[in-house]
Design a protein around this ligand. Structure first.
Ligand code: BGC
Length: 365
């Protein structure tokens, strides 16, 4: 978790980003329901932010950044976590609509289960922004703001291959595959991105999955829960690796990477190449200690700042800036998106990757 000073610095940084609209891409096209300069709703309006469960540090950080960033931009933040699950999140979004929130930003637990509430939001005249995770099978989503999730998977797959080659130049290598929670729309996108790199190497025999569990459905980790990943890794080791080396593991995020490493260590096995995502403090420390191989830097303050920029543009009647209008189809429509670029981090670049990060910067100096 961030310390107090770190949080304050992160919040100051995000407020600055939101106010100056830094970090915008000028390569993208734009789209928006309103293009004049007239205000579409009063400044000071309530803005809803529906967050999922606290399954990784980025969500915890987002709460604070939304509260402080929206306040400094002159709005009333209405930020809710749904630790109780999908029905709690449905109720929270309905309450935001009833309250008259002008923009509703949603980090969905299950992006396919909010259709009724999103329709209520649109019927009430609110704008709906999908945050980090896409909202599925609905026309009632206006924008998507996220790190490019397919690219995250590609970077993870490539890091796994690079890490394996750095240990021994030639395969075959034995690997196992983990995916995130199947209700999270991102989980399949991360897995597909990684498999776009790994599948050809499985097909040509460079990579072997001794358990045979190669499909997304076999690799998933319900609820993104570390205990589920640890249990599955225990079972994979005892089932397939009592007489074989495990060279690498595709892990979709840091929380699960650390659970996988715990399992491998308690089985007394040598540490394999393990990927991750989120730049969580304990995983960055693990990379520096030479255990976890990689993570992904997706600076939460930049993502929240971009979401707040969208809110500001909607409020003032400016066109909302997007930089992708083709990649994220939700089953009903292709959602206009602003995608930020994820960055791979390994021991090789850990010292430079976080120079501007108030918490990880000092830690990796
Ligand atoms: C986020 C990841 C995170 C995961 C679990 C995903 O939707 O994009 O950054 O690791 O949720 O919280």
């Amino acid at each position: 978790m961030l310390g107090k000073a770190g949080k304050a610095a992160a919040v100051a940084a995000i407020a600055a980003l939101a106010l100056t609209a830094c970090g915008r891409s000028d390569t993208g096209s734009s789209s928006g329901s309103s293009s004049g300069a007239a205000e579409t709703f009063p400044k000071g309006s309530s803005i809803g932010v529906a967050l999922p469960q606290k399954t990784s540090e980025n969500w915890v950080l987002a709460e604070k950044l939304f509260n402080d960033g929206l306040t400094s931009a002159g709005f009333k933040p209405d930020v809710q976590f749904a630790n109780g699950g999908v029905s709690e999140q449905q109720n929270q979004i309905s309450a935001m609509v009833t309250k008259g929130d002008k923009v509703i930003i949603v980090g969905a637990i299950d992006g396919a289960q909010l259709g009724t509430q999103l329709k209520q939001a649109k019927d009430a005249g609110a704008t709906v922004i999908a945050y980090d995770r896409l909202l599925l099978n609905t026309s009632n989503v206006d924008y998507y703001v996220a790190y490019d999730n397919f690219k995250v998977g590609v970077l993870q797959g490539q890091a796994l291959l690079d890490g394996l080659k750095s240990k021994k130049p030639n395969g075959p290598y034995n690997i196992e595959l983990f995916a995130g929670s199947p209700d999270d729309a991102n989980a399949k996108v991360f897995f597909d991105g990684a498999m776009s790199i790994l599948q050809p190497k499985i097909d040509d025999g460079t990579l072997k999955v001794l358990s045979g569990q190669k499909s997304f459905e076999q690799a998933v980790t319900q609820g993104w829960k570390p205990e589920n990943a640890q249990k599955r890794m225990d079972a994979l080791i005892s089932g397939s690796y009592s007489n074989a080396n495990l060279d690498g593991v595709l892990s979709p995020n840091d929380t699960l990477a650390r659970a996988i490493l715990t399992s491998v260590k308690s089985a007394g096995k040598p540490i394999p190449i393990v990927t991750g995502q989120d730049s969580e403090v304990e995983s960055v420390k693990s990379i520096m200690a030479g255990e976890q191989y990689s993570t992904i830097n997706k600076d939460t303050s930049k993502l929240v700042a971009q979401a707040i920029t969208m809110v500001q543009d909607l409020q003032s009647g400016k066109q909302v800036e997007i930089n992708d209008s083709k990649s994220y189809n939700n089953g009903v429509k292709t959602v206009p998106a602003y995608l930020l670029p994820p960055v791979i981090v390994t021991l090789a670049n850990v010292k430079t990757a976080y120079v501007n990060d108030p918490v990880l910067g000092p830690l990796t100096k």
